[in-house]
Design a protein around this ligand. Structure first.
Ligand SMILES: O=C(O)CCC(=O)C(=O)O
Ligand SMILES: [Fe+2]
Length: 372
């Protein structure tokens, strides 16, 4: 029905090891990019398998819950214990039914989010030669460009990305942080701090919503947790029904926090074999569970397949921040999520990104491969 590919950032851990093997497919990639940019028309390498995706309007709108993060902070004069319990319940049902929700009440001013989107738009609007200064090296994952191409059969995404690591601090490659707009570096540094504190709050709230010790998830991320930002740019596309801005995938992260375009829709989420359009909620983040949180919660929280449709008239941007456990910490279902009715579903594992990558190469789904 759909294929789930590993989220791009999970490839980073394998990039150096695998890059030598891929010189022929990376020249294929460059040729495809040149061809499609020159003609501004998607070439067949972008066509989704199985024909038309269908007109976007034919998909229902997702009634994903809206969770107010201000009610999840420790009980204060702002809310009663009962209000907090209700919001935790809403969070739990959102993550177990949809695997995602719209987060409001995060405390980050809308004006700051608008400014942040603005610098992303400014970057993508730069002339090709300017963006080239921040190009992804074929042997690396950080920088600007298209997704790495691992095989000639891979269907390409109608998008360009700027991928930058944020954590561990020593993995940042500042020379790839654009200097083209004066504030880019400063705003990204600020955005990182804000989103990190939202994620820290969420890890605790997710644990509490399952009646578990509030640090049981966060401590699994280890001393060298991995965090990265992916700025996505989806240009207009002349044949939107036959091309995807991002093909169906689940994120290999623990948690992903996404800032959507403020005007142009495009994200879809899969629930009960049906694709739904994710609406734009002004000032909200879309938060989704990644595969590793599905494992840590013993399958209670779902890592939802999602994708991005193409648009004939408008460009779209989004910024995803992924938070991953340290590759060396052991990830396994938390004890509190295992019971007689819900026996342990997943193995204890290290470096899920590696497993995800190997599975992708052999056409398997990583979450299935790590199931007991
Ligand atoms: O642009 C979007 O809405 C989704 C992007 C996404 O799924 C990703 O970057 O992993
Ligand atoms: Fe994603």
């Amino acid at each position: 029905m759909f294929s789930v590919s590993p989220q791009l950032s999970t490839w980073s851990f394998y990039w150096h090891r695998e890059s030598k093997k891929r010189s022929s497919s990376s020249s294929f990639s460059q040729n495809v990019q040149k061809l499609s940019t020159a003609a501004e028309e998607p070439v067949p390498a972008y066509f989704v398998k199985g024909g038309s995706v269908g007109p976007v309007e034919s998909f229902p709108i997702a009634q994903t819950p809206i969770v107010d993060l201000s009610l999840l902070r420790s009980v204060s004069s702002k809310c009663s214990g009962k209000e907090q319990e209700d919001e935790l319940e809403k969070l739990k049902s959102a993550l177990s039914e949809w695997g995602c929700f719209q987060a409001i009440g995060h405390g980050i001013p809308t004006s700051f989010l608008d400014e942040f989107r603005g610098i992303a738009k400014e970057f993508f609007a730069l002339p090709v030669e300017e963006k080239q200064k921040y190009a992804r090296d074929p042997a690396d994952l950080q920088g600007h460009g298209a997704d790495p191409i691992l095989s000639n059969e891979q269907v390409l995404d109608w998008s360009k990305r700027l991928f930058l690591k944020l954590l561990a601090l020593d993995s940042r490659k500042l020379k790839l942080w654009p200097e083209t707009t004066a504030e880019f570096r400063e705003l990204l540094g600020e955005y990182f701090k804000e989103v990190k504190s939202v994620i820290d709050l969420l890890q605790k709230a997710m644990a509490r919503s399952l009646d578990m010790e509030e640090n049981c998830f966060s401590k699994k991320y280890g001393d060298r947790a991995f965090m990265a930002a992916r700025f996505n740019h989806y240009p207009p596309c002349s044949i939107p029904d036959f091309v995807l801005g991002a093909k169906a995938h689940s994120d290999g992260s623990g948690t992903t926090v996404l800032l959507q375009d403020e005007e142009v829709e495009g994200r879809q989420v899969l629930k009960d074999d049906q694709w739904f359009r994710v609406p734009i909620v002004p000032g909200a983040f879309v938060v989704n569970v990644g595969d590793q949180m599905q494992i840590m919660s013993n399958g209670i929280f779902k890592s939802p397949p999602h994708r991005v449709t193409a648009n004939a008239q408008n460009e779209r941007i989004s910024v995803a921040v992924f938070y991953f456990p340290d590759t060396k910490t052991e990830v396994e279902p938390n004890e509190g999520s295992i019971s007689e009715e819900r026996p342990q579903m997943y193995k204890k594992l290290e470096n899920y990104a590696a497993i995800n990558f190997e599975c992708f190469q052999s056409g398997k789904t990583a979450l299935d491969a790590v199931r007991l």
